[in-house]
Design a protein around this ligand. Structure first.
Ligand code: PRP
Length: 213
């Protein structure tokens, strides 16, 4: 099924013959959005399997402790929902919304809180649930923000780790997959707010990206 959505023959032929503007018109339109995926990097089955494994480890580590997920919107929407169901413990989930990319594909370096915590995390065992750590700038900002609320402890679970682009280091206690330095979308990750609902992680065809100034 996935191959038929991002088949190399169709995509390859069109990308070889069409102009960049034609490609954007075709692949960023409402009809052919899945064809903008150059390659399926992590399949739906692989995501499921890894998230179940992460859930088991987290359940073991947090046994007997009051666990709070702080999931980072919008990217971690799918991951946090699936991870929470894979952790066989009582836990609570709070959401914080950050933005550092907006509609761009290069980090602005400026992180904004669009929605803050709803519940107190003071003296709680807090796990940040992120879809991806790229430069690390968002995570650094969030870490400092959450630490100012004095949790009992704070750790990070990130589905994807793009180490090649790291500018700020923080320990990621639970990591799902290492990913290469390519623009990945799907399973919560977007480009210009689209592709979040793809059930797999895919690499977006570079031709689709609008050049950054
Ligand atoms: C993405 C992602 C992470 C952050 C990682 O968020 O969800 O929070 O970027 O990038 P960094 O390590 O370079 O800081 P984005 O700002 O795109 O918002 P979104 O989650 O709403 O898509």
């Amino acid at each position: 099924m996935l191959n038929s959505l991002a088949g190399p023959t169709i995509v390859g032929t069109l990308f070889e013959t069409a102009s960049p503007d034609d490609l954007k018109a075709q692949y960023c339109g409402v009809h052919m959005w899945r064809e903008a995926i150059q390659q399926v990097l992590i399949s739906e089955a692989e995501l499921h399997c890894r998230i179940q494994a992460l859930g088991r480890v987290i359940a073991t580590d947090y046994q007997g402790r009051e666990l709070v997920f702080v999931a980072v919107l919008k990217g971690a929407l799918m991951f946090s929902a699936d991870l929470a169901r894979a952790v066989d413990l009582p836990l609570t989930i709070d959401y914080i919304a950050l933005s550092s990319y907006g509609n761009r594909h290069v980090s602005s370096g400026q992180v904004h809180i669009l929605k803050d915590l709803s519940e107190s995390i003071t003296n709680k065992h807090v796990l940040i649930v992120e879809d991806i750590v790229d430069t690390g700038i968002s995570l650094r900002y969030l870490w400092d923000h959450l630490m100012s609320h004095h949790p009992a402890d704070l750790n990070v679970c990130a589905l994807l780790d793009k180490r090649a682009r790291r500018r700020v280091e923080l320990p990621i206690k639970y990591a799902g997959f290492d990913v290469p330095d390519a623009f990945v979308v799907g399973y919560g990750l977007d480009y210009q707010q689209r592709y979040r609902n793809l059930p797999f992680i895919g690499i977006l065809h570079p031709e689709v990206l609008t050049p950054e100034p």
